[in-house]
Write a protein that binds this ligand. Structure first.
Ligand code: HEC
Length: 146
């Protein structure tokens, strides 16, 4: 009887821990999607600000995007390869170093952009080079076509 009680307790703990596990996977996948969406919105904001010559207003948004990319480095643990409508491709985990390097580059480039806009002649070109091109470089290899 004692053994049976122990078994029940172990079972309840196992059940509880899978629940917590599943929930945190959901949080991670939804969390990274939210951060990518935020970066997209902020990227568009930056374009609008730069078009109207508001460079100083654009800089803090660039820093925010850079920080988001850095946080995103921790949002692809091994247990988040599938589920919750993720568009992340398995190639991420097969080429983790390369994926992380692209993420880090995207982060560094946003800080470079914040400096470059002070002196750049062609704001659209520099934005393409240091912001938008990093999106497609990564999506082409690591995000499912949508
Ligand atoms: C280093 C890789 C990388 C970079 C750089 C990157 N992305 Fe992504 N992005 C991804 C991956 C991987 C996903 C899929 C995430 C998922 O569904 O779990 C994604 C998803 C998204 C999504 C969909 C979010 C959702 O709600 O499903 C948007 C929007 C997006 N990215 C926009 C951008 C934009 C805009 C940029 C550039 C300013 C960018 N991304 C840069 C890898 C990247």
């Amino acid at each position: 009887m004692k053994k049976f009680k122990l078994l029940i307790i172990v079972f309840i703990f196992a059940l509880a821990s899978t629940f917590v596990y599943a929930q945190s996977v959901e949080e991670i996948i939804k969390g990274r999607k939210a951060m990518f969406s935020e970066n997209y919105q902020n990227g568009k904001k930056i374009s609008i600000l730069l078009k109207s010559g508001k460079k100083e207003d654009a800089k803090p948004i660039m820093k925010k995007m850079s920080e988001n990319y850095k946080k995103l480095l921790d949002y692809f643990p091994d247990n988040t390869k599938e589920g919750f409508k993720t568009e992340a491709l398995p190639s991420i985990w097969e080429n983790k170093d390369e994926f992380n390097a692209l993420m880090q580059k995207a982060s560094n480039d946003m800080l470079k952009l914040a400096k470059a806009i002070d002196t750049a002649d062609d704001l659209r070109a520099i934005q393409k080079e240091l912001m938008w091109s990093n999106c497609s470089a990564c999506h082409n290899r690591f995000r499912a076509p949508h």
